[in-house]
Design a protein around this ligand. Structure first.
Ligand SMILES: [Fe+2]
Ligand SMILES: [Fe+2]
Length: 274
């Protein structure tokens, strides 16, 4: 039975060193517990200051079990990844950045015991974000024509701010992809579901990092910004307890539809991050 199904796990944005430490500590355990065949994690905030990702961190995430690393608006913060992202099969950026941007918006990997091909696509929203990006709806529509010739298993991570845009994408992609999981807000939603035509969905995967923080950043800093409207320097919160959020899903390899989806929500009061 298991040979005809595949299990995937998608984890939301890792916020700075605590997010990275949570991934290294918990991803291997969860992978084993749920018998996960393919692990995808959003790495756009993994740098020390929470902005961007370095080539060293890409290697660290791979060593801890990541098959694909997705990203979003913060992926350009560290210029050292510009050349790496061009060649990488592991690190992807939203597909709807204009032509000429380094990197690409999807990766096709072999997963599971029988080495089935799985496509992971990253797209980014425009509402309350970069309005000048190419249309995420048109972009994914044309990409799907190509990806469907390669595999029935297509997963989309939609990095977007507005729930309206995410829910519109939900109706646009139901039955066209295996899973649509959204990221960027760093707050996990409790609406994981299998849609009428078999696509699994969640409005936000959530994040990994300090539980009592403002999306991973020290709360006092963010409060100061709201109270004074002055520019502030973001510092990643390193005090625990820490959390790790995402989903895992079991999918049918023959039909490309989801059979089961479940939220991942780990709380760790013991992890100490220097
Ligand atoms: Fe983020
Ligand atoms: Fe983001």
């Amino acid at each position: 039975m298991r040979s005809k199904t595949l299990r995937v796990m998608f984890l939301g944005d890792l916020a700075g060193p605590p997010g990275l430490a949570m991934f290294e500590r918990w991803a291997p355990r969860l992978k084993e517990k749920h018998k996960i065949d393919m692990l995808v994690v959003n790495g756009e905030n993994t740098a020390k200051n929470g902005r961007g990702i370095s080539p060293e961190i890409v290697e660290q995430l791979q060593a801890a079990g990541a098959h694909v690393i997705t990203s979003g608006n913060h992926v350009w913060a560290n210029k050292k990844i510009y050349s790496l992202i061009d060649e990488s099969k592991v690190l992807i950026r939203p597909a709807n950045y204009p032509a000429g941007c380094p990197g690409k918006g999807y990766s096709i990997v072999e997963a599971g015991v029988s080495g089935v091909s799985v496509a992971v696509v990253n797209i980014q929203g425009r509402v309350f974000m970069h309005e000048d990006l190419d249309c995420p709806f048109r972009t994914i529509e044309s990409l799907l024509t190509f990806l469907k010739s390669k595999t029935k298993l297509i997963f989309v991570e939609f990095h977007a701010e507005a729930t309206s845009e995410k829910q519109a994408m939900r109706f646009f992609l139901d039955g066209k992809v295996t899973g649509l999981y959204c990221s960027h807000t760093h707050v996990q939603t409790a609406d994981e579901m299998i849609l009428p035509s078999g696509t699994s969905y969640i409005t936000d995967l959530g994040f990994s990092g300090a539980r009592y923080s403002a999306l991973g950043v020290q709360s006092e800093i963010i409060l100061e910004r709201f109270l004074t409207q002055m520019p502030v320097l973001f510092k990643v919160e390193k005090k625990g307890p820490m959390v790790m959020n995402g989903i895992w899903a079991e999918v049918d390899v023959e039909t490309g539809k989801t059979l089961h989806i479940e939220r991942v929500n780990v709380i760790d009061g013991e992890l100490v991050v220097e």
